[in-house]
Ligand binder design. Structure first.
Ligand code: ZN
Length: 246
């Protein structure tokens, strides 16, 4: 058992929250009951996930995509009201960690994706959010591996028989960061989402591109964080998958 303030302070330090210039608040977004015995991990806060958290009688919900974003209206109406109302009524703590959870060197989304894909020497590229590493696979083999771990069929662009050695990736909505992969001469770039212009950008820069799903590539960080917290503070932990094909 742990109290919510201590948990919040621990995560703040562990995830180096102060070093990020993010467009959402990272940390305790909705304060619930003080004592925490059971935590739930999920990718994005939404009504379905909140209802599952209530069913599981958990005290805190940890997500990668929280409730508050800089580019959104500040007023609390509509679906935002519904989500906040039920969290407050049920006394559930909502913790959200965005960029700090992408970048963390142990529990981050990017390092965790690399571990699932067996990428060798995973390292961040300079001060970008993009990572690089090495594999010895054809593009079709990389694509199959991505499909196996994400449980969804990725969109793949490039010659399926080409050999991939240097690989770059960034989880989530990072298709515009393909430029960082091009700059380091990567053979392939993996991210979650794709834009209309991405296939042409990839082709003209002679780099393979895989869109593996925003949700699918960001499942692992929050699970690794909550696994770590459950061991550290002896709290129960469960991951709830609200599947999303995007
Ligand atoms: Zn994301």
């Amino acid at each position: 058992m742990i109290d919510n303030k201590t948990l919040s302070e621990y995560c703040h330090d562990y995830l180096d929250v102060d070093t990020f210039d993010d467009y959402c608040p990272n940390g305790l977004q909705i304060e619930g009951r003080q004592q925490i015995r059971k935590i739930i991990a999920g990718v994005s806060v939404n009504q379905d996930l909140i209802e599952r958290v209530i069913d599981e009688k958990a005290d805190a919900l940890f997500v990668h995509h929280g409730l508050f974003w800089q580019n959104e209206s500040l007023v609390i109406t509509g679906i935002k009201k519904n989500r906040i109302k039920i969290l407050l009524e049920k006394n559930i703590n909502l913790f959200a960690y965005h960029l700090p959870l992408d970048a963390h060197l142990i529990v981050g989304n990017n390092i965790q994706l690399a571990m699932h894909l067996n990428i060798v020497n995973p390292t961040p590229i300079g001060d970008t959010l993009v990572w690089q590493g090495e594999v010895k696979l054809s593009l079709i083999e990389v694509s199959q591996l991505v499909q196996d771990i994400t449980q969804r069929i990725p969109l793949v662009f490039g010659d399926l028989n080409q050999q991939i050695k240097k690989i770059a990736w960034c989880t989530g909505d990072a298709q515009s960061y393909i430029k960082h992969a091009i700059n380091i001469g990567a053979d392939c770039f993996i991210t979650g989402e794709i834009s209309e212009q991405t296939p042409a950008i990839a082709k003209e820069n002679n780099i393979a591109f895989i869109s593996a799903g925003h949700y699918a590539t960001e499942r692992y960080g929050v699970q690794a964080l909550c696994q770590h917290l459950s061991e550290k503070f002896n709290v129960q932990y469960q991951f709830i998958d609200i599947d999303n094909i995007v």
